[in-house]
Design a protein around this ligand. Structure first.
Ligand code: GUN
Length: 295
């Protein structure tokens, strides 16, 4: 078998067109959806992510406010900025790019964001709403994965979904969302510490790789005919590449593509969906603000 390659870029552009249309509907009311993007430090991967997010916002005719802070910025200073942005009616969403330098508590920072502006869906209130199935912002990468599965009409009801990875950003929320009634998968969470990992991942009709290790998922770990979703974005040294590195997913792409029925490439799979779902959350935040609807 040779897998259908899931074109995340094309699907993300469809989502972004719809977001742009929704943003345009707010214009007569003088509302331009606006995301404040905070980057602390100069991690090159984080810098490229925030640049891509800001470019996508501009393309959807939405606004961004760019806060680039020195790596030495104190936690109090960052919390004070978040306090000002929470109170700023021109700002509908606040994104603090993670990871933060180790002297800053990510938990305190995330919790300081007004849940109504938590377009990353990381605030404990957002996480609680997600788990309870209440309205609220869904985290962007897991939400993007669900949209890919839906768009490709990959059967999820009754399917066994194996999630490899347990991060707060991807693994945990994705496992939760996949078990929702409208998706109806049976979910197993595993990780790099799981005993006999290949015997678990091989059970997945849907296998989500989100462990953050390049090439971890080899063909022997994949069920024939599975849908393989690769969330990994790993920079691996490549002297032949212009930048000196190339991006590699958590999946050993070539051999796994021979065995799977569907596969996401890296880049061009899940990554563009993360950005599209962020934009969707920003326009949603602005719509709620315009409608005076509670979070
Ligand atoms: N770091 C890696 N992924 C993300 C994300 O989706 N949002 C934020 N804020 N930081 C991240």
């Amino acid at each position: 078998m040779s897998a259908i390659v899931i074109d995340g870029k094309a699907i993300s552009l469809k989502v972004r067109e719809e977001v742009k249309r929704r943003a345009g509907k707010l214009e007569p009311r003088g509302i331009v959806p606006c995301l404040a993007v905070i980057l602390v430090g100069e991690d090159p991967a984080s810098l490229s992510y925030v640049t891509a997010k800001e470019k996508a916002l501009a393309e959807a005719e939405m606004a961004s406010r760019d806060y680039r802070l020195a790596a030495s910025t104190g936690e109090d200073e960052l919390l004070a900025l978040i306090g000002r942005l929470n109170a700023d009616e021109q700002v509908h969403g606040i994104l603090v790019q993670l990871p933060l330098p180790s002297h800053i508590s990510e938990e305190r920072v995330i919790t300081a964001i007004d849940p109504r502006k938590d377009v990353d869906g990381f605030h404990p209130v957002s996480v609680g709403n997600m788990v309870l199935g209440r309205p609220g912002f869904l985290p962007c990468t897991p939400h993007g994965v669900l949209v890919l599965l839906r768009e490709l009409r990959i059967p999820t009801a009754g399917a066994h979904a194996v999630v490899l990875g347990r991060s707060n950003i991807v693994g945990k929320p994705l496992a939760n969302l996949l078990s929702r009634r409208d998706v109806n998968a049976t979910v197993t969470i595993c990780h790099t510490g799981t005993k006999e990992l290949p015997s678990i991942t091989r059970q997945g009709d849907i296998l989500i790789a989100a462990a953050g290790r390049a090439g971890l998922v080899t063909a022997d770990m994949v069920k024939e005919g599975a849908a393989v979703i690769d969330v990994g974005v790993n920079r691996v040294a490549d002297s032949g590449a212009k930048k000196g590195y190339r991006l590699r997913g958590d999946v050993d792409y070539g051999p796994v593509a021979e065995k799977a029925a569907w596969i996401t490439p890296v880049p061009g799979g899940v990554g563009p969906m993360t950005i599209a779902m962020l934009l969707q959350n920003v326009v949603e935040a602005a719509e709620r603000f315009a409608g005076g609807r509670p979070c």
